[in-house]
Design a protein around this ligand. Structure first.
Ligand code: ZN
Length: 253
């Protein structure tokens, strides 16, 4: 996301020309295709997501000005689009011969039929034993395996760390949920929730997530005090935060 001040001298009459918060039309320039969304905001901002470029603009800014604004940022926009395309190419592919980023290594997927679902890894392969290696079968099998891993590992470690930090009495329960945006969550009532897809990440990342959520039992926000607490247990947390930012798109299933 990029945000810039606009320096428009457009008269306020433009306010009446566009309804508030109206999603407007698609504009085209020779370089970038984008959608304009008008609102009462004071600045222009460009969002690039899902291969689409969206410009959020104040009501008083002219189409021409928006066009110039987009044009002046087209290199940045192109970089964002390229990055997204690259991320899409790295997405988990659970077909036989596809690839998976598992515990920090890119492995070739091999699907084998078996009555008991499990994961085995070799130097170069990720072998998924599943009941049905066709269609949605492997995806479901992988999720069941990861959930089982998460259930075997996370509650006990979370409990141990909560006791260590003296907040064991605040931890009410550890639950699992696959969400689209979050790896973990902690409520003020003492419920810690983990996304079991985190089990695809290296153990150090999993431990950092536990540390992050348990620290919230003591400090609910992301203040300096919170990060100091995280650092007291997990001194390299910055490395893990960066790792997640860089690689998390490869873990979504
Ligand atoms: Zn947090």
């Amino acid at each position: 996301m990029r945000q810039f001040m606009t320096h428009s001298n457009q008269p306020p009459k433009a306010l009446t020309a566009h309804p508030q918060d109206a999603a407007a039309k698609v504009a085209t320039t020779p370089v970038v295709e984008y959608q304009v969304v008008r609102s009462r905001r004071k600045t222009m901002v460009i969002h690039v997501r899902h291969e689409k470029v969206e410009v959020r603009a104040p009501l008083f800014v002219s189409e021409r000005e928006i066009g110039r604004f987009v044009d002046s940022h087209r290199e940045w926009i192109q970089r964002q689009l390229n990055r997204k395309a690259q991320q899409d190419a790295q997405r988990l592919d659970l077909s036989d011969g596809g690839s998976i980023f598992y515990k920090g290594r890119t492995l070739r997927v091999r699907l084998l039929r078996a009555t008991r679902e499990s994961i085995e890894t070799t130097e170069s392969e990720f072998v998924l034993f599943c009941r049905d290696p066709s269609g949605a079968g492997p995806g479901r099998a992988l999720q069941r395996c990861l959930l089982a891993q998460a259930q075997a590992v996370l509650p006990a470690r979370t409990r141990a760390l909560a006791d260590y930090l003296g907040v064991g009495d605040k931890l009410r329960e550890v639950v699992f949920r696959k969400t689209k945006t979050k790896w973990g969550h902690c409520t003020s009532s003492g419920r810690i929730q983990f996304n079991w897809l985190i089990m695809l990440a290296p153990d150090a990342i999993v431990d950092y997530m536990i540390c992050h959520e348990v620290s919230h039992l003591r400090v609910m926000n992301h203040s300096a005090q919170f990060w100091a607490l995280v650092a007291s247990v997990c001194p390299d947390y910055r490395t893990y935060v960066k790792w997640l930012r860089k690689h998390e798109h490869r873990l979504w299933l």
